[in-house]
Write a protein that binds this ligand. Structure first.
Ligand code: AHR
Length: 555
C-alpha cells in the first residue's frame, strides 16, 4: 500500500436567476419561501484579499509546458513568440496574478542553465517524470528539449500580466546555483556576465522576479529531508542572496496536508538560530490534494482515487468533504506557525491544491496526470477559493494544480484544439474578488443530508465569501450550493447598507458530470443576468450544484 507522500517521495525516485426581484427582503420578504439566509457584515473586515490567492502552477510535466503552453514559434497553432495565443487571451481575462514554475517535483531535478541561451544550443535532458510516461507518449514529455526556459517563462508571465514565481532546485544543485539564477533574472543591465547572457537573448532589462520557492516538497521528491534538515538548507540557500533593489520573497517548502510535525519541526529549527531568522521567510508552502474518495476504506494512493467522469452523488459529496478539509489545514498550520512566529509575519502559500483522480479521463491520451474537470471540480474550486477568501490574513498566495492539461486544469489543449474547463470559468468569475476587502459573512442554510454507507452524513447547505470594492460601493458575493438536486433560496442582506442594483453570474448544469471538450467547448459556461430590485435586501434562488457570483451595488 502506498500513500501520496510515498508516491512523491518514491515515484520516479518517487437560476437561480430566479432572481426574486421581490423587494424588500430582510425586512419584508416572504420568509416562508426562503430556507436560507446570507448576511454580510460590513463592519467586520477580514483583511485585503491578495490577488495572488488566484495564482497558477505550471510544471514541466506531461502536456503542461510542451503542447499546453509552448507550441513553438514555427507551429501552425496560433502563437505569440511560441506561446499558445488562445491561452494568453484566456488568461488575460481572468487577471492571472502569478504563475509558479518549473515544478513541482520537476523543480528539484532542473538546471536552469539548460534553458537559457540560443534555443538550438540548449541540451536535451531526461525529464523528472520520464519513468511515469507511457511508452507511446511524446518524446518532448520524456526528454526535455529545453525550448521553454526562464526567458520564455518570464515572457509568458509578461504576456498574461502575471508575476513569475520560480521554484529553485535544492535537492540536486548547490546554493550557488540558486544565487546565480537570481543573478541571471535580476541583476541590472550590463552589471554581470549573467546579465549580459540575458541581454544576448534579447532581455537587457532585469526580470525583477520577486517570488522564489526554496525547493519543493522537500519531505519527498525534493530531497527526502527531515523538517530539521530542510530548515538548515533553507537558511543556507537564503543567506545573502543578492537583491539588486528587488524585494525577494522566499517561500519555504511546507507541509503536506496535515503534517503538523513538518511545520513545527521546520520552524523550531529555523528559530534555533534566533527569532530574527523568521524574517527571511515570506511564506510556508502548504500542499493539499483531494484524492481519497474511498470513504475510509483505504489509504492507498492508487486504490483510494476516484474517477474524474464516472461518479455518483455519493462521490460528489465525498470530493467536497475532502476539499472542505482545506479550512482546517489553514487554521491548524496557522496555529502551529504562531507557536514560533508570534507576530505571524510568515504567511501560508497554498502552492498546490485541487482534486486528483485516477488515470482514464485524459483529453489527450498519454498525457500523464491529465484529467477532465467537470462541474464537480468547478464547485470544488469555488468552495476552495471561498475558503482562501475567508482567511486573507493567513493565505498570501495559492496556486491551483495545475494550469493546463494536468489535474485541476483551467484549460485543456492539444495541438490546435483548446477549451476552457468549468474550473477556468470559476477563476474568471472569482477574479472580481481580487484585492477586495474580505468581509465576515454568515451563511445559515439547511445541511445536505445523505446516506454514506448506511450512516447519515451531512454537509453544509450554502457557503461562500464576500469582498468590498470600489470605495465601498460594490460588493462581490460568491456562493456555492453543493446539493446535487435541490435549489436553495436565500434572503441576502448587508448589515450597514442597502442594495441598489446588481448582477448574478451562475455556473451550473442539469447533469453533475457535465464538462467541456474540444468538440463541445461550451457545455458548462457561466450565465449572467441583471438583478432588478429595490429595498434593503434580496432573495435569490441558488440552483443545485452551482457556483454563483453576485455583484451588488450598495446604497
Ligand atoms: O502536481 C503534481 C505533483 O504533485 C507535483 O510535482 C508535486 O509537487 C506534487 O506531489
Amino acid at each position: 500500500m502506498i500513500g501520496r507522500r510515498e508516491f512523491v517521495r518514491n515515484s520516479v525516485v518517487g437560476a437561480g436567476c430566479l432572481l426574486f426581484s421581490r423587494a424588500p427582503l430582510f425586512a419584508g420578504a416572504d420568509p416562508a419561501a426562503s430556507d436560507s439566509r446570507i448576511e454580510v457584515l460590513l463592519a467586520e473586515p477580514l483583511g485585503t484579499i491578495s490577488p495572488n490567492i488566484y495564482g497558477h502552477f505550471a510544471e514541466n510535466l506531461g502536456g503542461v509546458i510542451y503542447d499546453g503552453i509552448w507550441v513553438g514559434e514555427n507551429s501552425k497553432v496560433p502563437n505569440v513568440n511560441g506561446i499558445r495565443k488562445e491561452l494568453v487571451e484566456e488568461m488575460r481575462k481572468i487577471k492571472a496574478p502569478v504563475v509558479r514554475y518549473p515544478g513541482g517535483c520537476f523543480a528539484d531535478s532542473y538546471d536552469w542553465r539548460d534553458g537559457i541561451g540560443p534555443a538550438e544550443k540548449r541540451p536535451r535532458r531526461t525529464n523528472f517524470w520520464e519513468q511515469v510516461e507511457s511508452a507511446t507518449g511524446p518524446a518532448n514529455h520524456k526528454y526535455d528539449p529545453n525550448q521553454f526556459g526562464t526567458n520564455e517563462f518570464v515572457r509568458f508571465c509578461k504576456l498574461i500580466g502575471s508575476q513569475p514565481y520560480i521554484a529553485a532546485n535544492v535537492r540536486s544543485l548547490p546554493a550557488e546555483s540558486f544565487y546565480q539564477w537570481v543573478e541571471y533574472c535580476n541583476s541590472p543591465a550590463g552589471s554581470t556576465t549573467l546579465a549580459d547572457a540575458r541581454a544576448s537573448s534579447g532581455y537587457a532589462e532585469p526580470f525583477g522576479v520577486r517570488f522564489w520557492g526554496v525547493g519543493n516538497e522537500s519531505w519527498g521528491c525534493g530531497g527526502n529531508f527531515t523538517a530539521q534538515e530542510y530548515a538548515v538548507e533553507f537558511r543556507r540557500y537564503t543567506t545573502w542572496v543578492p537583491r539588486y533593489g528587488q524585494e525577494l520573497s522566499f517561500i519555504a517548502s511546507g507541509p503536506n496536508d496535515d503534517s503538523w510535525d513538518w511545520t513545527r519541526g521546520f520552524l523550531e529549527e529555523i528559530v534555533r538560530k534566533g527569532p530574527g531568522q523568521l524574517r527571511s521567510i515570506y511564506g510556508l508552502a502548504l500542499h493539499y490534494y483531494a484524492w481519497n474518495l474511498s470513504r475510509g476504506r483505504t489509504k492507498d494512493w492508487n486504490e483510494g482515487k476516484g474517477d474524474a467522469l464516472k461518479f455518483d452523488s455519493l462521490d460528489w459529496y465525498e470530493l467536497l468533504r475532502q476539499g472542505d478539509v482545506m479550512e482546517s489545514l489553514i487554521n491548524g498550520h496557522w496555529q502551529v506557525m504562531g507557536e514560533f512566529d508570534h507576530e505571524h509575519s510568515i504567511k501560508l502559500v497554498v502552492d498546490e491544491w485541487g482534486p486528483w483522480y485516477r488515470p482514464g479521463s485524459e483529453a489527450t491520451p498519454d498525457d500523464i496526470l491529465e484529467q477532465t474537470p467537470t462541474l464537480r471540480d468547478a464547485v470544488f474550486s469555488g468552495m476552495t477559493l471561498d475558503t482562501f477568501n475567508r482567511h486573507p490574513e493567513k493565505v498570501a498566495m495559492a496556486n491551483c494544480a495545475q494550469l493546463i492539461n494536468c489535474l485541476n486544469s483551467l484549460y485543456l489543449a492539444h495541438e490546435d484544439k483548446f477549451c476552457v474547463t468549468p474550473v477556468g470559468h470559476v477563476f474568471a468569475m472569482y477574479a472580481a474578488h481580487q484585492g477586495g476587502q474580505g468581509l465576515r459573512t454568515i451563511f445559515s442554510s439547511p445541511s445536505v443530508n445523505y446516506d454514506r454507507d448506511g450512516k447519515t452524513a451531512s454537509f453544509w447547505g450554502l457557503k461562500g465569501s464576500a469582498s468590498l470594492h470600489d470605495k465601498e460601493k460594490e460588493l462581490v458575493l460568491t456562493v456555492v450550493n453543493p446539493h446535487v438536486s435541490e435549489a436553495r433560496e436565500a434572503e441576502i442582506g448587508v448589515r450597514g447598507a442597502s442594495l441598489r442594483s446588481g448582477s448574478a453570474t451562475t455556473l451550473t448544469h442539469s447533469d453533475i458530470h457535465a464538462h467541456n471538450t474540444f468538440e463541445q467547448r461550451d457545455v458548462v459556461a457561466p450565465q449572467t443576468k441583471t438583478l432588478d430590485f429595490k429595498g434593503r435586501g434580496l432573495a435569490y434562488s441558488f440552483p443545485p450544484a452551482s457556483v454563483t457570483k453576485l455583484v451588488l451595488t450598495l446604497g
